[in-house]
Design a protein around this ligand. Structure first.
Ligand SMILES: Nc1ncnc2c1ncn2[C@@H]1O[C@H](COP(=O)(O)OP(=O)(O)OP(=O)(O)O)[C@@H](O)[C@H]1O
Ligand SMILES: [Mg+2]
Length: 245
């Protein structure tokens, strides 16, 4: 099956912390409109890939092409303006601020008319009705699942072309995990391309169009969900892990 032209094309990416290389020459692509999974056991380097792509850490080598432009080394805020949003690991929300103020903050670096801000808020509220109900509540008072929705919404309100999500299901009960995937489906239907890092492997493979598997900072397998399910690579990569579902 042929894949759409890449909107995000990561080529031979090397990244790490101080002198220690964690990610070593990884190439992966997200096609326009695709949902793609980046899988791997704890410590494989998944979050490091996302951090290096979104400008939170500086890649040590390789290229990151966003809409055809090499943006490797570009800072996080500039990348957001170019259409790439990153929902980082953990729920990075401002607990003391209201839900709506958190969403407004998502737009702090873009100058928009009040009417446009209002329009975007309403868009998010129709995707996540619970956030509308709780608009004036402190974000810290939301349940874990609701906080995750807020973190996702904060990224979407910037109207990214590509959103990268780092383990949005972590810490959520199965029914809420399902709700996250339902929202991800709706987000994809709106034309946003998705790069998803997840520990719930089986569920992620049901959702995505294509997947990459990394181990020890290197790519060890890639393919359609059906191809990966057939191969032993996934099981081997997670050997000793209990979180496969
Ligand atoms: N800030 C940091 N400083 C130094 N080393 C780090 C840092 N963050 C991660 N590492 C190391 O880099 C390696 C890859 O970590 P990373 O967080 O990218 O893995 P991961 O695949 O996202 O794992 P998990 O599934 O647990 O989130 C690990 O060995 C980790 O200890
Ligand atoms: Mg991680």
């Amino acid at each position: 099956m042929s894949r759409p032209e890449p909107i995000l094309d990561i080529r031979d990416l090397t990244a790490g912390y101080n002198a220690i290389p964690v990610v070593q020459g990884i190439s992966l692509a997200v096609g326009r409109g695709e949902a793609v999974a980046l899988l791997g056991a704890n410590g494989a380097g998944k979050s490091t890939v996302l951090r290096a792509v979104s400008g939170l850490i500086r890649p040590k080598g390789g290229e990151v092409l966003l809409n055809g432009e090499n943006v490797a080394g570009t800072g996080a805020e500039a990348l957001v303006r170019k259409g790439l949003s990153h929902v980082a690991e953990g729920r990075r929300i401002f607990r003391k601020l209201s839900v709506e103020d958190n969403l407004d903050l998502g737009l702090a670096s873009v100058s928009l008319s009040r009417a446009e801000v209002q329009r975007r808020l309403e868009e998010q509220y129709s995707l996540f009705p619970i956030l509308k109900q709780k608009a004036s509540d402190a974000a810290g008072s939301l349940s874990g699942g609701q906080q995750q929705m807020l973190a996702i919404s904060q990224a979407l309100i910037r109207k990214p072309d590509v959103v990268m999500l780092d383990e949005p299901s972590t810490g959520l009960a199965p029914i809420l995990i399902e709700e996250v995937f339902t929202k991800l489906d709706q987000i994809r239907e709106q034309g946003v391309s998705i790069l998803l890092v997840e520990q719930v492997v089986e569920r992620s493979l049901e959702f995505v169009d294509y997947a990459y598997l990394i181990q020890g900072g290197r790519l060890i397998a890639q393919g359609s969900p059906a191809e990966l399910q057939k191969s032993n690579a996934v099981k081997q990569a997670y050997m000793g892990e209990v979180s496969i579902r």
